[in-house]
Design a protein around this ligand. Structure first.
Ligand code: PMP
Length: 341
C-alpha cells in the first residue's frame, strides 16, 4: 500500500512547491510558492502543533484527557484541535475578536472550546488573548500551554521539517527565502536550517503595516507609533516574540492591507492558487523587495504560502468586504488596471 496513513496526522509536512508564472513575472529569477495549505489542517501550523504536543508527551506532561491551551488567530487553533482529537486531549483556545465567525465555527467543529478576546488591547491586559490563555492554563490541572510566540519548539518544528524540505525541493539552489512573520517560527526555523547549509541565502521577513517587527529589526527599539489596527490576520505583532530569530533575517519589508488584499486576489485569478490573506502579503512583500534589490536570472526564490483561501471567503475574497475597507478597486478583475498605479 502506498500513501496510506494510520490517521490524519500522517499527512503533516512534505508540502509541495509550485512555480509562479505570472504574478512575479517581472522578477528575473524563478519564484516558487511552498503551499502549506497542503497540510491536513490546511496551514503551516500543523507542523508546530504536532511537534510541541509530542514533545510534551515525551516529557510526560500530557495524559489521555489532558487539556491543551493556546492563543491563536485561527490557524494554530485548527492544527491543535486536529492533533487533540487524534490523541484524545481537550483543546481550549483564546482567539482575537478580529477572527471571522466562520473560523470560530471551524474551531468548534473540531471540538475546541473557544474564548473570544479583544484584539486591540495591550498584550499584558488581563483581557488580551495571551493573558486569558495563560490564566486558563494556570487554572486547569494537567494542562499545557503551547505559547507559540515564546516556545522555541515552534522554531524547532520548522528547523526539522520546513527548512530541510525547501533545501531538498530546490536541490540546494535556493537563494532567497521570504515569509510573513507572526510568531516568526516559520521563517526563523526554516532560515536557521537553510543558512547552516548556505549562509549566502537571503532571508526576508514580511511585516504588516501596523506592527512593530520591522522597526525592531532595524533599530532594536519598539516604536509605539508603528502600532495601529490592521486587517491582515496571522502576521505582524505588537510584542516581540522570542520565536522570531531576528539575527536570521536579513531584511524586513512592510506591506499594507490594501495591496496585500489585491495581491491575494490576483494570485487566485492568475495562478489559480487560492491562498489566505498572508499569501498576498508575502508576494506583495517580494515585489517591494525586488524593487530595491537585484534578483538575478538564476536566483531561486521560495515564498511560503501559509494557508488556504477558503478561510477568507467573507473577507479578502468578498467584494463587499473590499468595498467596506474602502479599497477603491474592490471588485475589479482587471488587475493590470489596479497595478498600473
Ligand atoms: N500567515 C498566517 C495566515 C498565519 O496564521 C501565520 C501564523 N500566525 C503566519 C502567516 C505567520 O507564521 P509564523 O507564526 O510562523 O510567523
Amino acid at each position: 500500500m502506498t500513501n496510506v496513513h494510520e490517521n490524519i496526522l500522517g499527512l503533516i509536512g512534505n508540502t509541495p512547491m509550485v512555480k509562479l508564472n505570472t504574478v512575479t513575472q517581472n522578477i528575473p529569477g524563478t519564484v516558487y510558492a511552498k503551499l502549506e495549505s497542503y497540510n491536513p489542517g490546511h496551514s503551516t501550523k500543523d507542523r508546530i502543533a504536532i511537534h510541541i504536543i509530542e514533545a510534551a508527551e515525551e516529557k510526560g506532561l500530557l495524559k489521555p484527557g489532558s487539556t491543551v491551551v493556546e492563543t491563536t488567530s485561527g490557524n494554530t487553533g485548527f492544527s491543535i484541535a486536529m492533533v487533540c482529537i487524534i490523541k484524545g486531549y481537550k483543546c481550549i483556545l483564546a482567539v482575537s475578536d478580529k477572527t471571522k465567525p466562520e473560523k470560530i465555527a471551524y474551531l468548534k467543529a473540531l471540538g475546541a472550546t473557544v474564548y473570544i478576546c479583544p484584539a486591540n488591547v495591550p498584550a499584558n491586559d488581563p483581557k488580551s488573548y495571551y493573558e486569558v490563555a495563560k490564566r486558563i492554563a494556570a487554572e486547569t490541572p494537567g494542562s499545557i500551554y503551547i505559547n507559540q510566540y515564546f516556545n522555541e519548539l515552534n522554531i524547532d518544528a520548522h528547523y526539522r521539517t520546513t527548512g530541510p524540505e525547501i533545501w531538498e525541493q530546490t536541490g540546494g539552489k535556493i537563494t532567497h527565502l521570504i515569509a510573513c512573520t507572526g510568531t516568526g517560527g516559520t521563517l526563523s526555523g526554516s532560515a536557521k536550517f537553510l543558512k547552516e547549509k548556505n549562509p549566502d541565502i537571503k532571508v526576508i521577513g514580511v511585516d504588516a503595516d501596523g506592527s512593530i517587527l520591522k522597526t525592531f529589526h532595524e533599530t532594536g527599539q519598539v516604536n509605539k507609533d508603528d502600532v495601529h489596527p490592521y486587517q491582515i490576520e496571522g502576521m505582524g505583532k505588537n510584542l516581540i516574540p522570542s520565536a522570531l530569530l531576528f539575527d536570521q533575517v536579513d531584511e524586513f519589508v512592510r506591506v499594507n492591507d490594501e495591496m496585500s488584499a489585491y495581491r491575494t486576489r490576483e494570485i487566485a485569478l492568475k495562478e489559480a492558487i487560492m491562498g489566505g490573506y498572508t499569501t498576498g502579503a508575502v508576494i506583495q512583500g517580494l515585489l517591494q523587495y525586488a524593487n530595491s534589490h537585484e534578483i538575478k536570472k538564476d536566483d531561486v526564490v521560495v515564498a511560503i504560502f501559509p494557508d488556504h483561501g477558503s478561510r477568507y471567503i467573507t473577507k479578502v475574497y468578498s467584494d463587499k468586504w473590499m468595498a467596506e475597507q474602502g479599497f477603491i478597486n474592490n471588485c475589479v478583475h482587471n488587475y493590470d488596471e489596479v497595478f498600473k498605479t
